[in-house]
Design a protein around this ligand. Structure first.
Ligand SMILES: [Mg+2]
Length: 264
């Protein structure tokens, strides 16, 4: 037995044990087979937004947004609400969730949530479209899939992005984002549940496309299949460590597009 990369550029943890006789091409075929079987049986597709559809905070902009939130709290004499670690954490959702955990349902949380929504809306015009997301979504819809978005971002930011990119018709009205109740953010399955209920979708004919362990946890909770989009090695490692099977982790949506096209 040897370790072989699963795909063209997978390294380290993005590998699986294979028989030394197995070629890389055969492995890719096997992986496409697993994806093909899944794609053949699903009718409803629930996308996470930031990652699989676009990169809303490219580069270090997530950290700058989180820093703005910390500054906003400091200006109000409230920075003590955060631990030192939270003040330095680059994830804007973590800052918001930390405050919400200490003051659930407060005006402060509502204001901070609105601040994050405004920050997300400002980022939309400069978000990086995920390679192959547009043709994947269009093609999948064309072969009969129904689509929704379940995200921890503001649904207002998602709607703006979809309108700017002429993708609204593929998802509307099934866009489920952050609400004032931050305890319902993924990994809570709330947004997925709303999506499936509204589409009249059974979990076993549905798949989530996500890029984080929290997406996977929410999909598992709902009993639906999951395909992980790993835009880089670190994301892939996180998904594999969370328990996503390697055959359901793709480094490019091109792989998935290829499989969906094979259906038509
Ligand atoms: Mg994401």
């Amino acid at each position: 037995m040897v370790r072989r990369p699963l795909g063209n550029d997978r390294r380290g943890p993005d590998t699986q044990l294979v028989d030394s006789e197995t070629t890389e091409a055969e492995l890719v075929t096997e992986t496409n087979g697993a994806l093909g079987d899944l794609v053949a049986r699903v009718r409803h597709v629930v996308f996470d937004f930031d990652g699989p559809i676009c990169l809303l905070f490219p580069g270090d902009s997530a950290e700058r947004v989180a820093r703005d939130q910390v500054n906003w709290l400091e200006e109000r004499g409230l920075s003590g609400l955060l631990t030192e670690q939270e003040r330095d954490h680059p994830d804007p959702h973590l800052v918001l969730s930390a405050v919400a955990g200490r003051h659930p349902g407060s005006d402060l949380v509502a204001e901070l949530e609105e601040l994050l929504t405004q920050q997300e809306l400002r980022k939309v015009p400069r978000a990086w479209p995920t390679p192959y997301a547009y043709p994947l979504i269009r093609t999948w819809v064309a072969v009969g899939a129904r689509m929704a978005i379940a995200t921890n971002n503001s649904s207002r930011a998602v709607r703006k992005y979809l309108a700017d990119r002429e993708l609204t018709d593929c998802f509307a009205p099934h866009i489920y984002g952050r609400t004032q109740d931050l305890s319902l953010l993924k990994p809570h399955p709330h947004t997925l549940q709303r999506a499936l209920n509204a589409m009249g979708a059974a979990p076993d004919s549905s798949v989530m496309i996500g890029d984080s362990p929290t997406d996977y946890a929410a999909a598992r909770e709902m009993g639906m299949a999951f395909i992980g989009y790993a835009r880089n090695e670190e994301v892939g490692k996180g998904l594999l460590e969370a328990g996503v099977a390697p055959q359901y982790v793709v480094e490019s949506l091109d792989r998935l597009l290829h499989v969906v096209r094979g259906r038509s």
